[in-house]
Design a binder for this molecule. Structure first.
Ligand SMILES: [Zn+2]
Length: 234
């Protein structure tokens, strides 16, 4: 094997170790964002139903106040009936009482309807707020576990990365960049074996010319199909 390819193969083993140590950690920020978005959505739903509940309750209170006002007005007008001095005034007062009572009945009906709305919203608010609390706990636990995972891996990751520097030393920059690009785009396998004349990365046949160059061990040979750096399987 070409000595540089041997070095790259060793480097690849280290990089695969780094990848397996960081793969789940790398997915944590996206997972956290997804969970926060879900919590925000639940929060929005809960705030919305609480606001609707408070608004309906406020309207009930203001209607109840208006109804009490009408009751007072009717009482006052009834008292006046005893004091009127002629029939015309009596009839006018009766008419006024009737008008106030009609308004009061309309308000009463509206108030009962709103009370039904309030009663229906009460469990909705409770359910929505319970969902927020539950999801909040799930997120809290996820964050704690994520932090514990990061902390437990930190030492191992630092150790492998330090080792990588030593393994990568002596490889020319352009070859190293080439290798790193392939490692990313070829699913963690930038250097691969040729077995029975076939590239083990893409399973295409390696040309006779490339096989001869591989046997010569004097140049770095790449697969004509997948561009991976090749070596001959013993
Ligand atoms: Zn290939």
């Amino acid at each position: 094997m070409h000595p540089l390819v041997k070095k790259l193969l060793d480097l690849q083993a280290v990089d695969q170790e780094v990848a397996s140590l960081t793969r789940d950690i790398d997915s944590l920020p996206a997972e956290e964002a997804r969970r926060r978005k879900k919590l925000d959505e639940l929060q929005r739903v809960a705030t919305d139903s609480r606001n609707r509940y408070l608004k309906a309750e406020l309207e009930v209170r203001s209607l109840e106040k208006a109804i009490r006002g009408s009751d007072d007005e009717i009482k006052r007008l009834n008292d006046r009936l005893n004091l009127v001095r002629n029939n015309a005034e009596y009839q006018a007062t009766l008419f006024q009482i009737e008008a106030v009572r009609k308004d009061r009945d309309v308000m009463q009906e509206e108030c009962l309807k709103l009370l039904e709305v309030v009663e229906a919203l009460r469990p909705e608010v409770a359910t929505a707020e319970a969902a927020v609390a539950a999801e909040g706990k799930v997120l809290e636990q996820f964050l704690a576990e994520a932090e514990a995972l990061r902390r437990s891996r930190a030492g191992a990751i630092a150790e492998v990365r330090a080792r990588r520097e030593g393994v990568a030393a002596g490889i020319a920059d352009d070859l190293l960049r080439d290798y790193e690009g392939l490692f990313k785009t070829r699913d963690g396998v930038a250097v691969c074996a040729v077995d029975g004349g076939y590239c083990q990365g893409c399973y295409n046949k390696v040309t006779m010319n490339d096989t001869a160059r591989l046997l010569g061990k004097s140049s770095v040979v790449k697969c004509g199909s997948c561009q991976r750096i090749l070596y001959l399987q013993k």
